[in-house]
Design a protein around this ligand. Structure first.
Ligand code: ADP
Ligand code: MG
Length: 435
């Protein structure tokens, strides 16, 4: 019995057998529907072409044989489109591995597919904090980074997009400074064109830094209100007056753009959700972030998660659009056995970056040379080389992170979060320079 994961490899084999027909009828689209069932879409002009009809029948038969339950019955397996090139332009798809004229349209039940990589927006550099696992100190590290940047006089906008388990705003704001509304409120109001009612009241200034400014946009307001009922609606797409559909990530991008235009920050830091989840997908791929920090604790769950993600980017052909924005952050580095731990982290990170993301270095060339995107394992400027964040007991058992950060000093921040902060600073300068 053929299962889901065999669909694409089997199709590659089948199209190889029918190469001549594929070349003649190109492009051929493979529609993999919501249930994981496959049919073909070809240009209408082949419908009346007897010899191509026979070829299509044979291909459909073969697909049915090989894919079993994952194929439509052969007689229903081919759809015709009046203008296939135009259709192809409108659909999001990726090239089938090993078949340059065949494209896969993959219908998912969720909006995000992790493979729409939006181009870089350069007006305000955006940095996303992501991790495969929760509880790795990501929000704390973001709060510390925001503090350090503000201490240098920067205006920092921070967004808590971990809507299911918000934590960032409580790190940066005491109870009595929370704004009335948060991101969840805006997303729900926007569905009924009422976003303006909350827009001016969803940002609060943290009092932690006196030099620059930390503007915090929380997941919810001081009073979360009917949070569960709102959360159940934030992912809704919106259909506007002209019938145009705006996915929730489009709506989020619009909000982010409006917040940046209103508050004019030097940099925006975004706390994403953990795991391979829809919100995280939008944060990583659709918010045009120039730096994407991948928090990692050394363990199988972390590395297999990142490997799945990298493989997906490779398969869907977007890896080149995203890989240069990635950076591994070593989270909660233990106090004892530090060197060995970091060494292990570096090795594991290098394994997956070199296998999934870096170009192979041709003989006679070296890593980093023009046209070759690759790094040596020991290259400290490489994206796989972890920026370390140290574990410290004073953060481990805390009732109030805000209380802890209130008493923090430069030396402590430098010791625990120094490489992360230096890295983010550098990325802001680089992105800022290209404005
Ligand atoms: N560097 C650190 N050392 C020790 N404990 C930490 C550190 N950073 C965060 N913590 C603690 O770990 C817990 C999870 O931190 P948090 O920043 O909320 O993680 P995440 O956002 O990854 O879920 C909190 O109790 C926090 O105080
Ligand atoms: Mg968090």
């Amino acid at each position: 019995m053929s299962t889901f994961d065999e669909i694409l490899p089997n199709l590659t084999k089948i199209f190889y057998l029918f190469q001549e027909d594929v070349t003649k009828m190109k492009p051929i689209l493979v529609n993999r529907d919501l249930n994981g069932r496959v049919r073909l879409i070809v240009d209408e002009k082949w419908e009346d072409d007897e010899s191509q009809q026979i070829a299509l029948d044979n291909i459909a038969q073969k697909i049915q044989e090989e894919l079993g339950s994952h194929a439509y019955p052969a007689q229903q397996a081919v759809l015709f489109e009046p203008d296939i090139d135009d259709f192809l332009k409108r659909e999001s798809c990726f090239q089938l591995e090993g078949a340059s004229d065949v494209f896969v349209i993959d219908r998912l039940a969720v909006e995000s597919n992790w493979s729409h990589i939006s181009s870089l927006r350069l007006s305000v550099p955006r940095t996303v904090f992501f991790s495969i696992k929760g509880g790795v100190g990501r929000s704390t590290a973001l709060a510390a980074t925001a503090w350090a940047l503000a201490e240098q006089g920067k205006k920092v906008l921070v967004l808590d997009l971990d809507l299911e388990s918000p934590g960032l705003s409580s790190a940066l704001l005491p109870e009595d400074r929370r704004p009335s509304y948060g991101i969840t409120d805006w997303l729900v109001e926007d569905l009924v064109d009422n976003g303006d009612a909350v827009f001016e009241h969803m940002v609060a200034t943290s009092a932690l830094s006196h030099n620059g400014e930390i503007l915090v946009v929380p997941a919810h307001g001081a009073n979360p209100g009917e949070y569960i009922a709102k959360l159940g609606r934030v992912w809704m797409p919106k259909i506007d007056g002209d019938g145009k559909r705006h996915s929730w990530s489009d709506r989020l991008c619009r909000l982010l753009g409006a917040l940046e235009a209103r508050w004019k920050p030097d940099v925006t830091l975004i706390d994403s959700r953990a795991g391979i989840d829809e919100v995280a997908s939008a944060c990583i791929t659709e918010l045009s972030a120039s730096t994407i920090l991948l928090f990692a604790v050394d363990g199988d769950q972390t590395w297999s998660g990142y490997r799945m993600l990298f493989k997906h980017w490779r398969k869907t052909g977007v890896v080149r659009d995203i890989r240069e924005r990635l950076q591994i952050v070593g989270a909660m580095i233990p106090e004892v056995g530090t060197e060995d731990y970091v060494e292990g982290l570096l090795e594991r990170a290098w394994d997956i970056f070199s296998e999934e993301l870096y170009d192979e270095v041709p003989a006679g060339k070296v890593s980093g040379e023009e046209g070759v995107w690759s790094y040596d394992q020991s290259d400290e400027s490489a994206p796989h080389y972890p920026w370390v964040v140290k574990w410290h007991r004073s953060f481990a058992v805390l009732k109030s992170l805000h209380g802890r950060l209130k008493g923090i000093d430069h030396e402590m921040v430098r010791v625990l979060f120094g490489p992360l902060i230096a890295g983010v600073e550098l990325s802001i300068e680089t992105d800022g320079g290209s404005q």
